[in-house]
Design a protein around this ligand. Structure first.
Ligand code: ADP
Ligand code: MG
Length: 284
C-alpha cells in the first residue's frame, strides 16, 4: 500500500484487554503484567459440621512479581492455611485467587496441577523428602511428574543441586544428610521446574543458625533472579531479609509493611539467629 493512502486510524481508549479476543499472535505491546498474586476477600473455613474454624477471614492482598514477602503471626493465625491456598494445595471456601491474572476458579484439575508444576516451588518446614531415595532422585521427582525425559531430568536435577551447593551429595539419602542439607535438597526440588514463585512454610524452623543463613542466601539469590518469594516465619531476623512483612492475626491481615522496594537487591543474611542456639539443633 503506498504511503500516500494510509489506513484510516482507529482510535480506541486504552483498556486492560480487548473486549473481543482477536486471533493471531498475542500483542507484545502492553508490558504491564498483573501482580503475581491477587487475593480478594479470601476466606477459609475448616469443618462443615458443628465446630467450624474460620482460619482466614476476608483476606485481600496483592503480591507483586519479584517481591520478597515474609508472613508472620502467632501460631494458629492462619499462615499455613494462606500458604496452602497460595500454592494451590488447598482451595479457599470464599473469595477469589488469581495467579498472574488467571483466576484459579477458571481452571480444572489438570490445568491447576500443570500451573502448580510450572509456576510454584514449595518448601516445607519438615523438608518432605522421600526417604531412602537419593537427593538426585528427590529433585528429579517434579520433572518426572511433568513428563520430562530421563536424561534431561538428570541434567536439570544436577544443576539445581549445584545451585544450592549440594552437587557433591547427589547420591546421599535424606537420612545421610543434616537438616540444613536436607532443606537445601528440598529447595533444589522446588526450583528444578524453574518456577516463578517460591513459597516456603517456615523453611528455617527446624534449622540451626548456619543452615538458616545458607537457606536464606539461596532465597535471596532466587529473588534476585526475579522470582517472587513468599515465606512464613516466626523469627524476626528471618523476616528482616524480606522486602515486605505481612502479619496475620486470627485469620486477618493485621499489619503490612514494606521495608525495601520490590526491585531492590534483596538483603543478605548476616545475623546470629537470636536465642535459637538456646534450643540447640540436635533434638529434632
Ligand atoms: P498457622 O500456620 O498460623 O499456625 P494454620 O493456618 O495452620 O495456622 O491454622 C489456622 C487455624 O485453622 C487454626 O485454628 C487451626 O487449628 C485451624 N486448622 C488448620 N488446619 C485445619 C484442618 N485441616 N482442619 C481443621 N482446622 C484446621
Ligand atoms: Mg503453620
Amino acid at each position: 500500500m503506498p504511503p500516500s493512502s494510509p489506513k484510516p486510524m482507529r482510535w480506541r481508549p486504552a483498556r486492560e484487554r480487548p473486549l473481543v479476543e482477536r486471533g493471531g499472535p498475542p500483542r507484545r505491546k502492553r508490558t504491564r503484567r498483573p501482580p503475581a498474586i491477587i487475593l480478594r476477600d479470601v476466606s477459609k473455613t475448616y469443618g462443615l459440621g458443628q465446630i467450624q474454624v474460620r482460619a482466614l477471614r476476608n483476606v485481600t492482598l496483592q503480591i507483586a512479581r519479584g517481591d520478597f514477602v515474609a508472613i508472620m503471626g502467632s501460631s494458629g493465625s492462619g499462615k499455613s492455611t494462606l500458604m496452602n491456598i497460595l500454592g494451590c494445595l488447598d482451595l479457599p471456601t470464599g473469595g477469589r485467587y488469581l495467579i498472574d491474572g488467571v483466576d484459579m476458579r477458571d481452571l480444572d484439575e489438570d490445568d491447576l496441577a500443570d500451573l502448580r508444576n510450572r509456576k510454584i516451588g514449595f518448601v516445607f518446614q519438615s523438608f518432605n523428602l522421600v526417604a531412602r531415595t537419593s537427593a538426585l532422585a528427590n529433585v528429579e521427582l517434579p520433572l518426572a511428574y511433568a513428563g520430562v525425559d530421563r536424561q534431561t531430568r538428570r541434567q536439570r536435577a544436577k544443576e539445581a543441586l549445584a545451585a544450592v551447593g549440594m552437587a557433591q551429595r547427589w547420591h546421599h539419602q535424606p537420612s545421610e544428610l543434616s537438616g540444613g542439607q536436607q532443606q537445601r535438597v528440598a529447595v533444589a526440588r522446588a526450583l528444578v521446574t524453574n518456577p516463578t514463585m517460591i513459597l516456603a512454610d517456615e523453611p528455617t524452623g527446624n534449622l540451626d543458625s548456619r543452615s538458616t543463613e545458607e537457606v536464606l542466601r539461596i532465597f535471596a539469590g532466587l529473588n534476585q533472579e526475579g522470582r517472587t518469594v513468599v515465606l512464613i516465619t516466626h523469627e524476626p531476623d528471618v523476616a528482616a531479609q524480606a522486602k515486605r512483612v505481612i502479619t496475620l492475626g486470627d485469620g486477618r491481615v493485621i499489619d503490612d509493611r514494606r521495608t525495601a522496594g520490590v526491585h531492590d537487591q534483596p538483603a543478605l543474611p548476616h545475623h546470629q539467629k537470636s536465642a535459637h542456639h538456646l534450643y540447640g539443633e540436635s533434638h529434632r
